[in-house]
Design a protein around this ligand. Structure first.
Ligand code: 13P
Length: 287
């Protein structure tokens, strides 16, 4: 059964580790991530962007697929199904479809409007026992065609949103989605520290997990990050393994063209990436 992300993240924050959110794109992705979480006895959050939800034939299809897998694959570790960077309308659709968690990304609204919409969603999600992530300070890079600059959030605005009673808070600290450019200045730990001091026990979320050096990940966890989102790194690993398979001509050998064979190296590469991240984040054995 899907669970809210609340308990797993409160435990992570108290225990000084982070739970990974891995974005899913299809059946292979979902199966690879769930199996890895189960093997490593780790809690996990499956992230679905609005674009990926549309690609997978809608949120109800996603809920059906994930619930089916939890049962058929005997997944017993805590799993949350979470809308990533949702609009207000997207959140409402996922709540109705049976997600266990949603992110409302109101970071592009003036703070008053972000507060008003977040407040409404807190009421609805808490009545349903779901978790809600809010965002302050836009996270840079490109995601689903939306490009942000990678700004640092205002700690006072973070406090204002945290005090509303959200489950977890994403705050921009110089992080961006996708690959980091050569001249990236790194995470702003000064901002993170100031945010954590004002928001106390609130689990903080680090987006753009792809390509952040290990020492920065560990430092971010020590300063209150309890959820780390990874998307691009699984995509790169999947594409690389699939390209190698095709370039080696394996799809032309025997029944190597069978999708169950063609997509297997990519799925294995996702598993390896997820394992590496769960070990780095410290969530192994914490289910
Ligand atoms: P990356 O694609 O950079 O790993 O970021 C993922 C993310 O933050 C999803 O919200």
């Amino acid at each position: 059964m899907l669970v809210s992300a609340k308990e797993m993240l409160q435990k992570a924050k108290a225990g000084h580790y982070a739970v990974g959110q891995f974005n899913i794109n299809n059946l292979e992705w979902t199966k690879a991530i769930l199996q890895t979480a189960q093997e490593l006895n780790s809690p996990v959050i499956l992230g679905v962007s609005e674009g990926a939800g549309k690609y997978m034939a809608g949120y109800k299809t996603v809920v059906g697929m994930v619930n089916g897998m939890l049962e058929e694959l005997n997944i017993t570790v805590p799993v949350a199904l979470h809308l990533d960077h949702g609009s207000y309308e997207g959140c409402m659709k996922c709540i109705e479809a049976g997600f266990s968690s949603v992110m409302f990304d109101g970071s592009h609204y003036p703070i008053e409007e972000n507060v008003a919409k977040t407040t409404e969603l807190i009421k609805i999600t808490s009545e349903k026992g779901m978790s809600l992530e809010a965002e302050v300070g836009s996270i840079g890079g490109e995601e689903d065609g939306v490009v942000g600059k990678g700004e640092c959030a205002d700690p006072q605005e973070c406090k204002a949103i945290a005090d509303l009673g959200v489950t977890m808070l994403a705050a921009g600290i110089g992080n961006i989605h996708g690959k980091y450019p050569e001249n990236w200045e790194g995470l702003s730990f000064e901002t993170l520290d100031a945010i954590q001091q004002l928001t106390g026990e609130m689990p903080l979320v680090l987006h753009g997990g792809t390509g952040i050096p290990e020492d920065m990940i560990k430092k971010a966890i020590s300063l209150g990050v309890a959820k780390i989102n990874v998307n691009t790194e699984c995509q790169l690993a999947f594409a690389d393994a699939t390209r190698k398979y095709v370039e080696a001509g394996k799809d032309l050998e025997g029944k190597g063209f069978d999708p169950r064979k063609l997509l297997a190296p990519g799925a294995e590469a996702i598993k390896a990436t997820v394992k590496e991240k769960m070990e780095l984040f410290g969530s192994v054995g914490k289910a």
